[in-house]
Design a protein around this ligand. Sequence first.
Ligand code: ASP
Length: 324
Amino acid sequence: MSVPVRDNRYPHRHLLGIDGLSADEIGYLLDVSDSYVDLNRKVDKKQTGLRGQTLINLFFENSTRTRTSFELAGKRLGSDVINMSVAASAIKKGETLLDTAMTLNAMHPDVLVVRHPESGAVKLLSEKVECAVINAGDGSHEHPTQALLDALTIRRRRGRLDGLVVAICGDILHSRVARSNIHLLNVMGARVRLVAPPTLLPTAAVRLGAEVFNDMRAGLADCDIVMMLRLQTERMQGRFVPSTREYYRFYGLDSEKLALARPDALIMHPGPMNRGVEIDSQLADDITRSVILDQVELGVAVRMACLEVLSGNRRRRSIESAVA
Ligand code: ASP
C-alpha cells in the first residue's frame, strides 16, 4: 500500500521545533498521525510509500525510545534506515558537526533525524543539507515529535486539547520536552502550569505563557494532565536539588499528591523514568491513570506522519523544480 495523498497543510521542509507552528499545522500532523495508529496494531504493518528513500538517524546523544521509534517508523513506511551512533562516528576523531553533515549530504539521504546535546545545532545542520531534517532533541531547546506524541496521547484520551489544564512538573530548566510542550499546548488552547523548585525553572518562566508554581500541591490542584519530567543530571553543572530523597518528598508524584488533581487526571512521562525520584513506581505502572506506554506507542505513529509529510513535500519540490 502506498502513502495516501492528502491536502498539504504542513508546507515546511523541516521539523525543527514546535515554536512558530500554527494550530492548523499541528492539528494536521496529529490527524495524519492518528491515521497510522490502527496500522501499527496490525500484524502486517508494512507500507511502501517511502520505498527507495533513505533515512539516517544521526544521534550525538544516547537514545533508546526515540531512535527505535524513528527506525520503526521509517521501516514501516518502506524506507531504508541507517543508524549512526556517536560512539562509532567521526566526531570522536575531531570532525565537526558540519563536516559530518556535508559528508552525509553527499550520500543523498532523504531525511536526517538528528539529536544533539547543543541547542540550535540541528537548525544549523539543516541549513547545510539538501534533505529534510527532523529535530529529535537539541540540548534543552526543543523535541518536537515528543510534544506531538504527547498531544496525540491527550487528544485520543480526552478528545481535545483546548481548555485542559496541564501541569508540567519537575526539571523544566533542562527540558526540551517541556519547551516543545509549552509551545504546542499554548497554541492549541490548553492552560499550562509549570511546577518546579525555583532552581529548576528558567528565569523567565512566566514569559513562556504558563502559570508558575513552586508548591506541587497547589500546582496539581484540579489539573487534567500531570506531565512528569526526568531530573536531567547530565545537563546539570553543580547541584540543583539538595538530594533525590528530598526532591521526591516535595516534587515526586505519589498518590497523595495525585489526589489533588482531577479524579480522572492522566499521568504522563516522556521517559526514561527515574522511579522513586520523580514518580512513584506503582503509579507509573497503574494503567488506570498512567498513559506512559500509550505515549511510546503513539510515538511511532507520529514519526510515521512526520516522515510521510516531509517526504511528500520534498517530492513535490523536486517535481516543481523539474517543471520550472
Ligand atoms: N527522552 C526525553 C529527551 O530526550 C526526555 C528525557 O530524556 O528526560 O529529552
